[in-house]
Design a protein. Structure first.
Length: 156
């Protein structure tokens, strides 16, 4: 029951009704990640998306020159990550590392795909949420790039 309440608070699943959330909860596995361990590495094959039950996950991206990883963001309880690869079937675009001992809800892509195929109403709701999330991230990235460009022009 607690997992259903957490899923309901997660932006990815917030439009689902309780019965639909219970269906999602049936395909969820709990995964513990120790502080400093990676949930996945950049470039790894993707098989699941995750919702943070408790703890903190840092999303890291290697520099284009192959140097150190740079922190992109930190996510806490109720946040989700790893969903991009569900849509585009590509490898992981960034790494995810536990900043503290963390408990995750893991939703396998295989299980989610089966669920969406057998229950298309749930699928539509999830895809709409994913589209909205990705649009929000693209808008934020566009704003960030614009701000960086303005900063660069001011320094010329």
């Amino acid at each position: 029951m607690k997992d259903i309440q957490l899923l309901k608070k997660c932006y990815l699943f917030e439009n689902l009704i309780d019965d639909e959330l219970a269906t999602i909860a049936e395909i969820v596995k709990v995964r513990d990640v120790i502080h400093g361990d990676y949930v996945f590495d950049e470039g790894a094959a993707a098989t699941s998306l995750f919702v943070i039950k408790h703890g903190t996950i840092e999303i890291l991206k290697r520099s284009s020159t192959g140097g150190d990883e740079q922190s992109v963001t930190q996510l806490s309880a109720g946040s989700h990550f790893g969903e991009m690869s569900f849509i585009d079937k590509e490898s992981r675009a960034a790494a995810a590392m536990a900043k503290e001992n963390t408990k995750l809800l893991e939703v396998s892509f295989e299980g989610l795909e089966k669920l969406i195929t057998t229950q298309p109403v749930i699928g539509v709701k999830i895809y709409r949420s994913m589209a909205a999330i990705l649009c929000r991230r693209i808008r934020q990235t566009t704003n960030n790039l614009s701000s960086l460009k303005e900063l660069k022009l001011k320094h010329l």
